[in-house]
Design a binder for this molecule. Structure first.
Ligand SMILES: [Zn+2]
Length: 96
């Protein structure tokens, strides 16, 4: 069952259609009100181009990261406080 907002869900669908998978979805943070949706694989340009074109209301963000803490990027729905997070490198798939 999806817990994210319908706006981010549309972006997730685009990522899933391109072969990505949802890694985890956090509970809504009681302090910040944010929900974080983590995907397995990095953001590929094909997915970014499609989301940018189809859903311009989603805010693209990028965090540069520091050594030992890799950069992440993704999209945010500021209305629903849901963040879609793509890792910098592929997440190891345990048991896959
Ligand atoms: Zn939303």
């Amino acid at each position: 069952m999806r817990k994210s907002c319908r706006h981010i869900d549309l972006a997730i669908d685009i990522a899933l259609a391109a072969g990505n998978k949802v890694y985890s979805i956090t509970e809504r943070n009681p302090k910040t009100g944010n929900i974080l949706v983590y995907l397995y694989d990095p953001l590929i340009s094909q997915v970014k181009d499609t989301i940018d074109k189809e859903y311009p209301s989603l805010r693209y963000w990028e965090w540069k990261g520091v050594p030992h803490n890799p950069a992440e990027k993704g999209y945010a729905c500021d209305e629903c406080k849901v963040f879609l997070i793509f890792p910098n490198a592929k997440t190891p798939r345990v048991g896959a």
